[in-house]
Design a protein around this ligand. Structure first.
Ligand SMILES: Nc1ncnc2c1ncn2[C@@H]1O[C@H](COP(=O)(O)OP(=O)(O)O)[C@@H](O)[C@H]1O
Ligand SMILES: [Mg+2]
Length: 357
C-alpha cells in the first residue's frame, strides 16, 4: 500500500515472512447464517497455522459484530446470541489489526457488496469479488441484464416492481402470462430459494407475488425450462484469468431445488463429474468464464446452469460469489476432484486476495 510512510495512523503491515493476519467474517444476516458458521469452522481448521494467524469474527443475524470471545463461543455453539456485539460501522474498526479479510458470508448484507464496500473503505484486501461483482451477481435482474449483453443464454424473464404491483397489477399479470406457465417468481435479491414459488397457472400468481414482494421491492418472473432441467454447477478460482473446475451435478426428488431440499441432509446428492457429453461440459465451462468476467467477479465463484437434456438447451441460472464452503459443499468438492485439497483451496483464496490487481 502506498503512503504508509507519511501516515503515522496507518496500521503496521506484517513483514514478509511473518504470518498473515486473517480476519474471518462469518454468520451474517441472511438465511445462510448457520451454514456460514459451519463453513467458517472448516476454513479455520484448514488454513495452515504456519502461514496464517486466523481470527474469526461472527456477525449476528441482527448485523452486529461480536467481540473475539463472543465470536469463539458463537462458532462453537453454531449460533450467535442476539443483541450482543457492536454496530457494523463501529465493529469495523477492528479490521485495522489484520492483513486480509475472508468475508465468508452468504446472501444479503454479506455477499451483495455491502460488507465489500465497508472493507474497501477500510483499505483492506479481502477474499472474493469486490463491490460491483458482488452486488450485480446477487441481484437476479442485474445479473440477467449483464449476461444478456455478454451473450450468455438464459431463460426468458420479466422484472416487476412492488410499486407497479400495487398500482397496476394487471400489467404485471399480463407480462407473466406472456412468459407462459409454469413460471418462477423470485425476489431479486435473496438466495437460498427463500420467497421463490413455482407458479402453475394464473390463479397461483397473486399469492406468489405477494410472498415475493413481502421480501423485496423488485421481483423477477422467469419462464420455466421446457422440462425439469438437470442442475449443473461449475467452480471458478482466480482473478483475471480464472481456472475452471470440472462440472458437478445436483440431483434431488423434489419438484425444484427449494429451501428444504437445500438444507435437509440426504435430500440432494452431488455427482462429480456430472455425466455429460464432453461438448456440453466444455460449453458450461466456457460460459462460466464468460460470465465471471462480464460480472467482474474475483477470487471465486460458482456458476449454476440448467441443462435441458430433452432439447439440448443450456441456460445460466445464477452466479454465486461466495458459494457454500463447508468441507462437503459443492464448490470445494469440485476443485478437490481436480486434485486441489480444501486446505490448498482456502490458502489459494487468501493468496488471490493479496495479489496486486
Ligand atoms: N427458470 C427456471 N426453470 C426451472 N427451474 C427453476 C427456474 N428457476 C429456478 N428454478 C428452480 O428453483 C431453484 C432455486 O432458484 P434460484 O434462482 O437458483 O434461487 P436461489 O438464488 O435462491 O438459489 C433452482 O435451483 C431450480 O431448482
Ligand atoms: Mg440457486
Amino acid at each position: 500500500m502506498e503512503g504508509r510512510d507519511e501516515d503515522p495512523q496507518a496500521p503496521v503491515p506484517a513483514q514478509s515472512g511473518e504470518k498473515k493476519r486473517v480476519l474471518l467474517l462469518a454468520g451474517g444476516q441472511s438465511e445462510e447464517h448457520e451454514v456460514s458458521l459451519l463453513s467458517a469452522r472448516s476454513v479455520l481448521a484448514a488454513l495452515p497455522a504456519d502461514r496464517f494467524e486466523v481470527t474469526p469474527l461472527v456477525i449476528t443475524r441482527g448485523g452486529r459484530w461480536l467481540s473475539a470471545g463472543e465470536s469463539q463461543r458463537a462458532l462453537a455453539a453454531g449460533k450467535a446470541e442476539a443483541g450482543a456485539g457492536a454496530l457494523a460501522l463501529a465493529g469495523a474498526a477492528v479490521t485495522e489489526q489484520y492483513d486480509v479479510v475472508f468475508p465468508l458470508l452468504h446472501g444479503p448484507m454479506g455477499e451483495d457488496g455491502t460488507v465489500q464496500g465497508l472493507l474497501t473503505l477500510a483499505g483492506l484486501p479481502f477474499v472474493g469479488s469486490g463491490v460491483l461483482g458482488s452486488a450485480v451477481s446477487m441481484d437476479k435482474v442485474m445479473t440477467k441484464q449483464v449476461l444478456q449483453a455478454a451473450g450468455v443464454p438464459q431463460v426468458a424473464w420479466q422484472l416487476a416492481t412492488r410499486h407497479e404491483w400495487r398500482t397496476d397489477p394487471q400489467a404485471v399479470q399480463q407480462r407473466a402470462a406472456q412468459l407462459g406457465w409454469p413460471l418462477f417468481v423470485k425476489p431479486a435479491n435473496l438466495g437460498s430459494s427463500v420467497g421463490i414459488s413455482k407458479v402453475s397457472g394464473s390463479s397461483e400468481l397473486q399469492p406468489a407475488l405477494e410472498l415475493a414482494f413481502g421480501l423485496d421491492r423488485r421481483v423477477i418472473l422467469e419462464a420455466m425450462t421446457a422440462y425439469k432441467p438437470r442442475e449443473v454447477e461449475v467452480g471458478l478460482l482466480g482473478n483475471d484469468a480464472p481456472q475452471v473446475s470440472p462440472v458437478g451435478e445436483l440431483r434431488f426428488e423434489a419438484d425444484f431445488y427449494d429451501y428444504e431440499t437445500k438444507y435437509t441432509a440426504g435430500e440432494a446428492s452431488m455427482h462429480i463429474p456430472a455425466p455429460l457429453p464432453s461438448e456440453v461440459a466444455g460449453e458450461i465451462q466456457r460460459l462460466a468464464v464468460l460470465a465471471f468476467r462480464a460480472l467482474d467477479c474475483a477470487g471465486l465463484s460458482r456458476a449454476d446452469f440448467f441443462y435441458v437434456e430433452e432439447t439440448g438447451e443450456l441456460f445460466l441460472n445464477e452466479v454465486n460469489t461466495m458459494p457454500g464452503f463447508t468441507a462437503t459443499s459443492m464448490y470445494p468438492s469440485l476443485f478437490q476432484a481436480q486434485g486441489l485439497s480444501y486446505a490448498e483451496l482456502v490458502t489459494r483464496l487468501v493468496e488471490l486476495a493479496l495479489e496486486p490487481r
